[in-house]
Design a protein around this ligand. Structure first.
Ligand code: NAG
Length: 157
């Protein structure tokens, strides 16, 4: 199952990119995932599913052939980064940020990291082809359930 392997590789890649962009978020989320992989600490099959999860992000949304109206993500935190991977054959997808009054080209193969809670974002008409987006998020509830939190914004320079 080639596509499953490709998705796994993609998940791993966005996770590694997060480790460079927002190390605190990466480490907190990775520690929780590692904990969930330990069979002794959980009832049921949590460790089995956690061991198969190739990403430090705790949620994944797949968007296919849909416009995305302007919104901010209610589940995130302003200092967290989401990863949006653009795939498919869409001709001219663009991601518009309201507060910046600016659009970013978002052609298939592009990955954008930004705070989906902090910035109002929108994808309008993409001028033909198939639009596919894999959006990865860290859910704050999952970190908090493990008494972990992330207060920083990104890399310290
Ligand atoms: C947003 O940018 C466009 C040009 O790209 C400009 O015409 C428009 O006035 C700007 N809107 C605001 C609210 O600044």
């Amino acid at each position: 199952q080639l596509w499953l392997k490709r998705i796994a590789a993609l998940q791993l890649t966005v996770s590694l990119a997060l480790s460079a962009i927002h190390p605190d978020l990466f480490e907190a989320s990775r520690d929780v995932l590692e904990f969930c992989c330990k069979p002794d600490f959980h009832k049921g099959r949590t460790h089995e599913w956690a061991s198969r999860w190739n990403s430090v992000f705790s949620a994944l949304t797949v968007i296919c052939d849909r416009k995305t109206p302007p919104h901010t993500d209610s589940h995130g935190r302003t200092n967290y980064m989401d990863a949006l991977v653009s795939l498919g054959t869409a001709a001219k997808p663009k991601l518009f940020f309201k507060e910046l009054n600016a659009s970013f080209f978002y052609k298939p193969g592009t990955v954008l990291f930004f705070s989906g809670r902090g910035w109002t974002h929108e994808v309008g008409d993409w001028s033909g082809g198939q639009r596919v987006c894999y959006a990865s998020y860290v859910r704050p509830e999952i970190l908090e359930a493990h008494r972990s939190s992330v207060s920083g914004w990104s890399i310290r320079v």
